[in-house]
Ligand binder design. Structure first.
Ligand SMILES: NC(=O)c1ccc[n+]([C@@H]2O[C@H](COP(=O)([O-])OP(=O)(O)OC[C@H]3O[C@@H](n4cnc5c(N)ncnc54)[C@H](OP(=O)(O)O)[C@@H]3O)[C@@H](O)[C@H]2O)c1
Length: 343
């Protein structure tokens, strides 16, 4: 049963990395080492520590290697402290990729979203070169490659969300470069016979960043909440990470894509109203709900791995508590209100 409240970062990280029985069973069949690439970002530590804890619970001697440039050295120190082996890698440089340890199990979290408008060439370089380098380094591995629900065009708000067979015709350079990231993983996989599961994630949320935190902070500061993008899907980062790891078992050749998010289309207006009630604040809105939004349908993945377990009520209460008590944030807004694809 989820906790009523999460009071500090230590507790937050413990909750985010609590392994499920399904993951503990799955991880006992994962050969060592498990290599996580692009581990220096918002999700890397959760995925790495969760894998480490699951292996410990299974009594399985799995070494978890987290590799990134570690632009934020604090992330590296935290991982080292938790028994994760960290490695510096620049995935744009083949010579650096060649130094990575051999492995049959790879999770790629590598990505770049914000700043695409100012420096689109870097986003395109990362999303096209890095997949080719990673697959060439690990041709016989099974791999989970993170993608995003941004690869889809906006779909009607009253639909059940985009399914994996929808044509990938999104708006804006970031999203089109994310399509290229998938296509280059596929291209390289076909060339080498590599097994890959492509995971199209919509809004991971935890208490230091995410769309719930963004809405809650607006309300807490007395700023209006923009409802132009009227709906969204999200997923608790702990559960997203659990799914990402278990997707290693869904890696196939040729690669297949899976949406990862909650099945409910959440209304920004409803969620903001519920957050405001928890925060004891009034909420003001700006904009009008457009008839479309970026929405995904996770039925295909749920049929393989089962449903999510963390109720929205808990996420709302935890987020409101965190904001009220001045909990630390990463200061990385999601810009969930963006509709023109410019990030
Ligand atoms: N978080 C979400 O809500 C969300 C939603 C949809 C999709 N996704 C996808 O899920 C994945 C993980 O999400 P995230 O939030 O953790 O992403 P993130 O915060 O952007 O982390 C990705 C990390 O990749 C590393 N990286 C970038 N260039 C690199 C290079 N040349 N060599 C090695 N590492 C490099 C960076 O860390 P260093 O600077 O340390 O190298 C970066 O922080 C991303 O691919 C993203 O597209 C996430």
């Amino acid at each position: 049963m989820p906790l009523e409240r999460i009071t500090d970062e230590e507790e937050l990280e413990r909750v985010l990395t609590e392994p499920t029985p399904e993951l503990i069973e799955f991880i006992s069949g994962v050969s060592s080492p498990l290599v996580i690439l692009g581990a220096g970002g918002k999700m890397g530590a959760t995925v790495a520590v969760l894998a480490h804890r699951a292996a410990a619970a299974a009594g399985h001697p799995l070494e978890v290697v987290a590799a990134s440039r570690f632009s934020d050295p604090i992330v590296r120190t935290r991982l080292d402290d938790r028994g994760i082996r960290t490695r510096h890698v620049d995935l744009l440089e083949p010579a650096s990729v060649a130094q990575l340890p051999d492995s049959e199990n790879i999770v790629s979290l590598v990505g770049l979203k914000f700043g695409t408008t100012e420096n689109p060439s870097l986003t395109w370089a990362l999303n096209t070169l890095a997949p080719v380098h990673m697959v060439a380094r690990y041709p016989s591995a099974r791999m989970v490659a993170l993608s995003t629900g941004n690869v889809y065009p906006q779909v009607p708000l009253d639909s059940r969300g985009a399914t994996e067979d929808l044509a990938l015709t999104p708006l804006g350079e970031y999203a089109n470069a994310a399509v290229a990231r998938e296509r280059l993983f596929e291209y390289a996989a076909r060339r080498h016979g590599t097994r890959i599961a492509i995971v199209r994630l919509n809004y991971a949320v935890e208490l230091r960043y995410g769309v719930l935190m963004d809405i809650a902070r607006n309300i807490w500061r007395g700023e209006p909440v923009n409802v132009a993008n009227g709906g969204f899907n999200c997923v608790w980062q702990g559960e997203a990470s659990e799914r990402i790891l278990r997707c290693l078992g869904l890696a196939t050749h040729p690669p297949e894509a899976f949406n990862l998010c909650c099945p409910e289309i959440l209304s920004v207006r409803d969620v903001a109203t519920r957050l405001a009630a928890e925060l004891g604040k009034k909420v003001a809105f700006t904009g009008h709900e457009a008839s479309t939004a970026l929405l995904s349908n996770p039925a295909k993945l749920e049929a393989r791995l089962g449903g999510l377990r963390t109720p929205l009520d808990h996420l709302i209460r935890w987020t409101a508590d965190w904001v009220k008590s001045g909990g630390r944030t990463l200061n990385r807004p999601t810009h969930f209100e963006v509709r023109d694809g410019r990030y």
